[in-house]
Design a binder for this molecule. Structure first.
Ligand SMILES: [Zn+2]
Ligand SMILES: [Zn+2]
Length: 277
């Protein structure tokens, strides 16, 4: 298979005399579009300068699959949770089962969890119930919370403010594509913001990202979804996270290497990852 990585993609990056590498902070390696070439996609990422990735569970079965992938790949870590789309089906047993996975050595976060009022695949009450459960669990355990929020900015802020009771959260707003107000409120609560490939083509997101602090940003693909330019329309994969880093660098007026170094440092700090040796 022809390599999907563009020729201009450097294999390694140097920042302040040190070799640095990218981290894809959010993707779904367990999903079916990776069934044919999962190991190859992980290997291509490593070849493209992506040293680590966090694959995200969307329910108990998906979280188990994600853990199996991480057990087979040293550079893959996991977050476990219930996607808002599936909140209606989340039983007490499933929630308990997920909590039991938090002690697994490759599990570094809780998520993805949150609110999606755009698709509304689960009723609001179920989404709120499951999100509140995991937000409390994150507060209680100190495990970072990976949040999905779409068309639900006010409700997301309100629930998080209620749960945190004035204390800072440890977590990230994944696939951040919201308003400047959402960014500001979430930064205030202690969250990092993870920038997706949408930033390579969305004018409104570009405008918001321009004003964000690099020391609070991560980058992600959310693969297999949302391929960045110049790969739009194709299946997304972790090697493409470099395109997002490139776009962020351009918007912030800093070098690609600086974005690589800082976003990886932020991701490691948030999820407690050790540097690849
Ligand atoms: Zn999501
Ligand atoms: Zn996701």
């Amino acid at each position: 298979m022809e390599s999907p990585i563009s020729e201009s993609t450097p294999l390694s990056f140097e920042y302040e005399g040190k070799s640095v590498s990218l981290i894809d902070s959010h993707l779904h390696l367990d999903m079916e579009p990776f069934d044919a070439d999962r190991d190859e996609a992980i290997a291509r990422a490593a070849d493209g300068g992506v040293s680590q990735m966090i694959t995200i569970g969307c329910g108990l079965a998906s979280s188990h699959r994600a853990i199996a992938i991480a057990e087979a790949h040293q550079n893959v870590f996991v977050a476990v949770g219930v996607h808002p789309h599936s909140a209606a089906e989340a039983t007490e047993e499933e929630l308990e089962g997920l909590e039991g996975l938090l002690s697994h050595p490759k599990v570094v976060g809780i998520g993805e969890v949150g609110l999606d009022f755009f698709y509304m695949n689960s009723p609001k009450e179920d989404q709120l119930r499951v999100f509140r459960h995991f937000a409390r669990l994150s507060m209680r355990t100190g495990m970072p919370l990976v949040i999905h929020t779409r068309d639900a900015e006010e409700e997301t802020i309100e629930l998080l403010e209620e749960v945190r009771e004035g204390k800072p959260f440890c977590g990230v707003i994944h696939c951040f594509s919201g308003s400047a107000n959402l960014a500001e409120r979430c930064l205030e609560m202690g969250f990092y913001l993870s920038i997706p490939g949408i930033v390579t083509f969305s004018k409104s997101l570009k405008r918001v990202v321009k004003k964000l602090p690099l020391d609070r940003l991560l980058v992600e693909t959310d693969a297999p979804f949302l391929a960045p330019k110049p790969h739009r329309g194709k299946r997304n994969e972790p090697a493409f996270v470099v395109e997002t880093a490139r776009a962020v660098a351009k918007l912030l007026g800093v070098s690609l290497e600086e974005v690589v170094a800082k976003t990886s440092e932020n991701t490691r700090a948030l999820f407690g990852l050790r540097e690849e040796s």
